[in-house]
Design a protein around this ligand. Structure first.
Ligand code: SAM
Ligand code: DTB
Ligand code: SF4
Length: 330
C-alpha cells in the first residue's frame, strides 16, 4: 500500500504576529528538520516554485580586499591573527586592483560583486577607500555587496549613500552556541549591526555556518533568528564549514551532507522570499549533492575560483553543472 506521509504528519506551520509578520518557533523549525527527507524536499521545492523561477541561480563573486591579521577570534576563520594558519596578510587593495577583478567577474557572468575585509569594524579612512571601490564597481553595472565587520548607524548610512546594494554580516550560529565559537564580540553586537544596515535602507545579506559541531536544534535556532529578523534578510548565505588547518575548528566531525541539504530546505521554507545561497564548502560537494541543494531551494552561489582565502569550484565546472541541470544564471 502506498502511503502519503505528508497527509499523516501533524501540520508544521508558522504563526502570525500582530503586524502580519510570519513567526517561526524553534520547535516548528526543528519539526521541519525531522520530516522524512523526501517530504522536506517536496515542501521546500513547492515553496521555492511559488516565489522564484526554480531553474534560475544568482551568481555572486567574492574578493578579499583586505586579508588576514584580524583581531577577532572566530574559531572557524583562517584570517584571525590568533590562529596559526598559512594565510598571508594583504593590506587593503587599490581601487584599480579591485576593478580589475570586478571586470573579470562581470565578463564571467556574475551579477553581484562582494568585497570582504578582515576587520573587526572599519575605520573612517578604510570606509573612504571602500566607498571608492563601491562607486567603481557599480559603474561597471554590477550589484555591490561588502562585508567589513561591525558598523555603526552612521557608517551604514555612508555606505548606502555611496550606492552599496547589500551588506553581509552573518549571525553564524544559534545564540546558545555562539560563545563556543567567538569570544571577542557578542551576538547582540551582530544584531545591532544588522539593525543599522536595515535602517540605512541597504539590503541585508545574513546567514551562518553549519558543520561546526552544533546540534540539529541549534541549526533550527540559527534559522529561527534569521527568519524572525523581520523582515528576513534578502540574501541568506548557508556556509558549510571549510576546515582550515590551524583554526580551532579544524578536525570537527564532518556534518552528514543530508543534514546540510535539510538546512537549506528549512531556510527556503522559513524564508520563502529570500535568496538562499549555497555558500562556502561547495568545493567539497559532489555535483549530485549540489543538485539536491538546488532542489532544496538554494538559488544563489558564490561563483569564481576563490572565496576569500579558500577555494571554490572553477567557472568551467559550474558552467558544465548548470548545463547538465538545465539551470540558468541571474
Ligand atoms: N570580518 C568580517 C566579519 O566577520 O563580519 C567580514 C568577513 S568574514 C570572513 C565573513 C563570513 O565568512 C563570516 O561571518 C563567516 O560566516 C564566513 N566564514 C569565514 N570563515 C569560514 C569558514 N572557514 N567556513 C565557512 N564560512 C566561513
Ligand atoms: C559568507 O556568508 N560566506 C562568504 C562571504 N559571506 C563573505 C565567506 C566564506 C569564507 C570562507 C573561508 C575563506 O575563504 O576564507
Ligand atoms: Fe575576523 Fe571576520 Fe574572520 Fe572573524 S570572520 S576572524 S571578524 S575576518
Amino acid at each position: 500500500m502506498l502511503i502519503d506521509s505528508t497527509a499523516t504528519q501533524p501540520s508544521i506551520t508558522a504563526s502570525s504576529a500582530p503586524n502580519n509578520a510570519t513567526v517561526w518557533s524553534v520547535d516548528a523549525i526543528e519539526a521541519l528538520f525531522d520530516l522524512p527527507f523526501n517530504d522536506l524536499l517536496w515542501r521546500a521545492q513547492t515553496v521555492h516554485r511559488a516565489h522564484f523561477d526554480a531553474n534560475a541561480v544568482q551568481l555572486s563573486t567574492l574578493l578579499s580586499v583586505k586579508t588576514g591579521g584580524c583581531p577577532e577570534d572566530c574559531g572557524y576563520c583562517p584570517q584571525s591573527v590568533r590562529h596559526p594558519t598559512a594565510v598571508a596578510n594583504q593590506a587593503l587593495l587599490s581601487q584599480e586592483e579591485v576593478l580589475k577583478a570586478a571586470r573579470a567577474a562581470k565578463a564571467a557572468g556574475a551579477s553581484r560583486f562582494c568585497m570582504g575585509a578582515a576587520w573587526r569594524s572599519p575605520k573612517e579612512r578604510d570606509l573612504d577607500a571602500v566607498i571608492d571601490m563601491i562607486i567603481g564597481v557599480r559603474a561597471l553595472g554590477l550589484e555591490t555587496c561588502a562585508t567589513l565587520g561591525m558598523l555603526k548607524p552612521a557608517q551604514a548610512d555612508r555606505l548606502k549613500n555611496a550606492g552599496l546594494d547589500y551588506y553581509n554580516h552573518n549571525l553564524d550560529s544559534a545564540p546558545e552556541f555562539y560563545g563556543d565559537i567567538i569570544s571577542t564580540r557578542q551576538y547582540q553586537d551582530r544584531l545591532d549591526t544588522l539593525k543599522a544596515v536595515r535602517n540605512s535602507g541597504m539590503h541585508v545579506c545574513c546567514g551562518g555556518i553549519v558543520g561546526m559541531g552544533e546540534t540539529r536544534r541549534m541549526r533550527a535556532g540559527l534559522l529561527h533568528e534569521l527568519a524572525n529578523l523581520n523582515p528576513a534578510p534578502e540574501s541568506v548565505p548557508i556556509n558549510l564549514l571549510v576546515q582550515v588547518e590551524g583554526t580551532p575548528l579544524h578536525g570537527t566531525a564532518a556534518l552528514d551532507l543530508f543534514e546540510f541539504i535539510r538546512t537549506i530546505a528549512c531556510a527556503r521554507i522559513t524564508m520563502p522570499e529570500s535568496r538562499v545561497r549555497l555558500s562556502a564548502g561547495r568545493e567539497s560537494l559532489s555535483d549530485e549533492h549540489q543538485a539536491l541543494c538546488f532542489l532544496a531551494g538554494a538559488n544563489s552561489i558564490f561563483y569564481g575560483e576563490q572565496l576569500l582565502t579558500t577555494g571554490n569550484p572553477d567557472v568551467e565546472r559550474d558552467r558544465q553543472l548548470f548545463q547538465r541541470l538545465g539551470l540558468h544564471s541571474e
